[in-house]
Design a binder for this molecule. Structure first.
Ligand code: MP5
Length: 282
């Protein structure tokens, strides 16, 4: 597929929270969308005081403010895809669910619960609210901890992923991408990471060499927003996941040496990125 015309770019929307440090959250989403040639808009759900070392505090906006932002965007832009990130509270999850009732484009749900730093980003009583929201999802992108918290399954084998995927399908999701970053997959080689896409029609595995690194702050946000950007560009789901996975791997392989702990690097070149950047992998 050719690059989008920058004068008439596809539009994608992130509904998520701000990371003041810029490595994750809305900042990672907008950088990702921009690098993939997509015009990104944002509905801010919450604001975190955060850097590469951790989250210091969180402030969640009133739900009317979340709805007002969504309506302002919907009335003006042709939203090609939506990505959901840190929604923080049950009230925000319910509001976003309600807003999306009138939207029929693709929706990628990253069920953010805990930051890479270990800080909790979702109130404990909000986990159940996700079950309803998943009915909006074209794709859910849980990591292993989120999969376990939501379904009770630790997704390190085909059988466990199939059982977990069935739960997501019962909740109404169309597809699930199980992220392999923090899993020792029973079916994978020792130096391999496997991200596994499960739909009611079958399973597709995206395998690549594991990058030995602790610098993954922002990787989940980057992957889900890259997939949303690719969907806004017109890719089918499998192609969007393949391109999203390849972009996030590139951002992990050439980390940004910023702050105490660093973050993934959106300045990297990868298939489908636009603009002139030269960052070599480590
Ligand atoms: C605002 C916000 N949203 C999401 C994440 C998760 O990202 P990560 O797991 O990379 O820390 C985060 N840390 N902050």
């Amino acid at each position: 597929m050719t690059d989008p015309d920058p004068r008439t770019p596809p539009y994608a929307l992130t509904i998520a929270s701000s990371d003041s440090g810029g490595g994750a959250g809305i900042q990672a989403d907008l950088k990702t969308m921009t690098r993939l040639g997509v015009y990104g808009g944002s509905v801010v759900v919450g604001v975190t005081a955060q850097n590469t070392a951790g989250v210091r505090s969180t402030h969640v906006l009133p739900t009317e403010e979340v709805r007002a932002q969504f309506e302002a965007v919907r009335e003006d832009f042709d939203v090609g895809a939506v990505k959901l990130g840190m929604l923080a509270t049950a009230g925000a999850i319910e509001t976003v669910d309600d807003c999306l009732d009138g939207y029929d484009g693709p929706v990628v749900v990253d069920p953010v619960m805990v930051a890479t730093s270990g800080d909790r980003l979702l109130e404990a009583d909000a986990v159940d609210a996700y079950a309803d929201l998943f009915s909006q999802a074209t794709l859910v992108t849980p990591n292993a901890d989120e999969t376990e918290e939501l379904t009770g399954e630790w997704p390190d084998s085909e059988a466990a992923r199939a059982a977990a995927a069935d739960r997501f399908f019962e909740w109404g999701a169309d597809a699930v991408l199980f992220k392999g970053g923090h899993v020792e997959d029973a079916d994978a080689a020792a130096d391999e990471v496997r991200d596994v896409l499960v739909t009611p029609d079958g399973t597709e595995t995206f395998a690549s060499e594991r990058v030995e690194t602790d610098v993954t702050h922002g990787s989940g946000c980057t992957l889900s927003s890259a997939i949303a950007a690719r969907l806004a560009r017109g890719d089918d789901l499998s192609t969007a996941v393949e391109r999203g996975v390849s972009f996030v791997r590139a951002t992990i392989a050439a980390p940004a040496d910023v702050g105490e702990k660093g973050s993934v690097n959106h300045l990297v070149e990868s298939e489908g990125t636009v603009g002139e950047f030269r960052v070599e992998p480590n």
